[in-house]
Design a protein around this ligand. Structure first.
Ligand code: AQP
Length: 334
């Protein structure tokens, strides 16, 4: 809570082209809070550098991610949309919270274990302390809810532990946030290896449907999606992970229930089903893509938004950081 206003915060890394996993698990759920909450949606570029990035690509994707926020229905008049590195309080609070986070806690984070296995040549301290920066992002705004995909839930839970620990020593400092994981689309799986999460940094482009893929590419990727040797369209995550993932995706894009989908495709083959999923996905993404192109073409507009968003966010971030510094005993001369 900031004053008497409830707060929603979330972020997306500009670490690759955004996927339908990012869209269904996170982005498309952000706008639900725009009316009743004070909302902060951040392009978390500082998180992205825990893995090596090509500077020109990181810059381009930062603009693109902001344009996608708007294309997914986030009105900049109703939501604070900004870039993390333009608000220095994130990094400053992160150092402080490092001193309230235990080595053992960070060692248990699933994403750290996964990413250090994937980037064995670059297991840097930033990869390890990533959840502390994420806690800072969230706590700076006295956040009540954090809409995220299920893979990020563990990090929000750690954030709660860090905030609780800090509040025990320095009472009434932080609001304790709640992770909000959408019932549908909480974990979209890879089309090539359906036991694995769909990730923007996956090296196999056929495993991933990007929000900005064109219609033909989307349909082709779904046609190639891994299923199983049966022919029945039935939801069973353990026995039929590929088909179950496609049912989830179809359900997210059409609003149909699993039972309705199973009935719709009763007696039909995987070919028909995959084609329908591809069509539904392409239809749903078409308006997002059109709005994205319109927003991206206006570079000056995006830059003006980055500036305005950073100014708005800084006002809130400064207040929390200054409260924290005062509680810790840092000298403050204004
Ligand atoms: N497959 C997914 N299904 C549902 N939600 C997902 N999210 C990511 N993948 C899926 C959610 O998207 C938001 C933004 O994610 P992020 O950019 O912070 O990083 P991430 O979770 O590490 O996502 P990626 O796509 O896997 O990125 P890379 O490949 O760079 O690591 C989060 O709310 C996340 O839960």
């Amino acid at each position: 809570m900031f004053g008497d206003q409830k707060v929603s915060f979330s972020g997306v890394q500009p670490s690759g082209n955004l996927t339908i996993g990012n869209y269904l698990g996170a982005l498309r759920n952000f706008s639900a809070y725009s009316e009743a909450y004070k909302t902060f949606y951040c392009v978390v570029d500082e998180h992205a550098i825990t893995v090596r990035q090509v500077p020109a690509e990181l810059r381009r994707r930062t603009y693109e991610t902001l344009a996608l926020y708007m294309a997914c229905g986030l009105d900049p008049e109703k939501n604070t949309l900004y870039v993390q590195s333009m608000v220095h309080e994130h990094a400053e609070l992160s150092w402080i919270l490092n001193c309230f986070t235990m080595f053992g806690e960070l060692s248990r984070m699933t994403q750290f274990k996964d990413k250090s296995a994937k980037h064995a040549d670059n297991i840097n301290a930033g990869l390890f302390t990533y959840p502390v920066l994420m806690a800072s992002d969230i706590l700076l705004y006295q956040t009540d809810v954090v809409p995220v995909g299920v893979d990020q839930k563990q990090h929000v839970e750690l954030c709660r532990d860090i905030a609780t620990r800090f509040n025990q020593v320095y009472p009434d400092t932080f609001t304790i946030p709640e992770p909000i994981v959408a019932k549908q689309g909480r974990k979209i799986m890879s089309l090539a290896e359906p036991e694995k999460k769909m990730s923007k940094s996956d090296e196999n482009p056929n495993a991933v449907v990007y929000i900005l893929d064109d219609r033909d590419t989307i349909i082709r990727k779904f046609k190639r999606a891994v299923t199983d040797s049966e022919s029945e369209i039935r939801y069973d995550e353990a026995a039929k992970p590929g088909v179950s993932n496609l049912i989830t995706i179809y359900s997210c894009f059409t609003g149909k229930t699993v039972e309705e989908i199973e009935r719709e495709f009763d007696g039909k083959g995987y070919g028909d089903f995959k084609a329908a999923v591809g069509e539904a996905c392409a239809d749903a993404l078409a308006p997002v893509q059109a709005e994205f192109n319109r927003r991206l073409a206006d570079k000056a507009g995006l830059e003006a938004q980055m500036k305005k968003g950073a100014e708005e966010a800084s006002w809130y971030a400064r207040r929390t950081l200054s409260k924290v510094q005062k509680k810790l005993g840092f000298v403050q001369i204004r």
